[in-house]
Design a protein around this ligand. Structure first.
Ligand code: PLP
Length: 355
């Protein structure tokens, strides 16, 4: 692969207002690019000024969606260090997604090195206001100019960076969720376990209809029986019933979230029982009816923890924990964000400093 060359921009942009960033609105001055050519492998890793891509209109990604992406964040600690959270997990997951999409694998350590090199160059772009961070978006696209259906022989691996605002400017807040019984996101044997754009394209219609009905997100059920719970929006989902925390097992249609994995590790560390298994929407409603449903929340890099205040399943609405954030959701949120920003001890060695 060789060394990463750096071409600096001649016209640095003005940085946005740190208190008004939102999510994914602004992009930094530089981007990482590396090419793949069959027979040659990944080559020419480089950092260049952030700029539009030159692609043939026939580039395969535009027609058949052969692409994957990742999402993680860089955090500015109070002592000035720049911290990444489990970046090797993101690069390892890239290869799981790549395998499913017939994209050649990347070197995990080199991927982390590319992230570190780019983040270091752009360190002045990491916002410092409370709860803000620098979102990192690695992605790979198929670039062969060809309209036949087969895996591409050429790819680009690109990393762009976006300063993002606090997810909860007014504090962590429970959301209203619509249980989706019409559309499905993924099926076993499909691409649900890969982080690939097609899963998001498939979810838009449901999201739009849920928004129109006044809901923030949808709870996805399995694609065969519309019975077992899968994910909430683009997050993994957890329920606390009878003192036990339950999350759907990874059986091929669910994305293996790094926040999910970290939450399970913390819960076990605290001695709270965790079960990874099938859980039906019926079981959740039954537990609620019997007063045993204590909490529900989603997990993902963007929001970290997103408490669920209510569910609507076929117009049957239940309120969870009086619509308030539960103690487990709060404790996970405080601990994960504390570790990510370097304020709390990191017993699992999750945090990777950029130096
Ligand atoms: C990215 C993603 C998640 C969350 O994964 P994290 O690694 O925790 O950010 C969950 N579900 C879907 C569908 C995703 O794309």
């Amino acid at each position: 692969m060789g060394n990463i060359t750096i071409e600096r921009t001649q016209s640095p942009k003005q940085k946005p207002d740190q208190n008004n960033l939102g999510f994914g609105n602004y992009f930094t001055d530089h981007m990482f690019v590396m090419d793949y050519t069959a027979g040659k492998g990944w080559h020419d890793p480089r950092i260049i000024p952030y700029q539009p891509l030159q692609l043939e209109p026939s580039a395969m990604v535009l027609h058949y969606g052969q692409a994957i992406f990742e999402g993680l964040k860089a955090y500015k600690a109070k002592d000035g260090r720049i911290l990444l959270f489990r970046p090797h997990q993101n690069m390892a997951r890239t290869n799981i997604s790549n395998d499913r999409l017939c994209i050649p694998p990347i070197d995990v350590d080199f991927g982390v090195e590319a992230i570190k090199t780019l983040v270091k160059l752009e360190k002045d772009w990491i916002p410092e206001a409370e709860g803000t961070s620098l979102y990192i978006r690695p992605f790979i696209i198929a670039t062969d100019p060809y309209l036949g259906v087969r895996p591409s022989n050429t790819y680009k691996f690109i990393i762009i960076l976006s300063p993002v605002g606090a997810y909860y400017p007014e504090g962590i807040n429970p959301v209203k969720i619509y249980v989706e019984s019409k559309y499905v996101r993924a099926v076993k044997g499909g691409i649900g376990y890969a982080k690939t754009p097609g899963n998001y394209a498939a979810s838009l219609k449901s999201q739009v209809e849920a928004h129109e009905k006044g809901y923030t997100q949808v709870l996805w059920l399995d694609g065969v029986e519309r019975k077992y719970i899968e994910e909430v929006g683009t997050m993994n989902v957890f329920f606390k019933i009878d003192g036990k925390v339950i999350t759907p097992a990874l059986e091929g249609s669910i994305l293996a979230g790094i926040t999910r994995d970290s939450s399970i590790a913390l819960l076990k560390h605290w001695g709270i029982p965790v079960e990874e298994r099938r859980i039906s929407i019926e079981e959740v409603y039954q537990a609620h009816a019997e007063g045993r449903l204590e909490e529900a929340f989603g997990t993902g890099t963007a929001a970290v923890i997103s408490p669920i205040g209510s569910l609507n399943w076929n117009d049957h609405i239940i309120t969870i924990n009086n619509g308030e954030t539960g103690p487990i959701a709060k404790r996970l949120y405080d601990t994960l964000t504390g570790i990510q920003w370097g304020d709390l001890e990191d017993p699992f060695g999750w945090v990777v400093p950029v130096e």
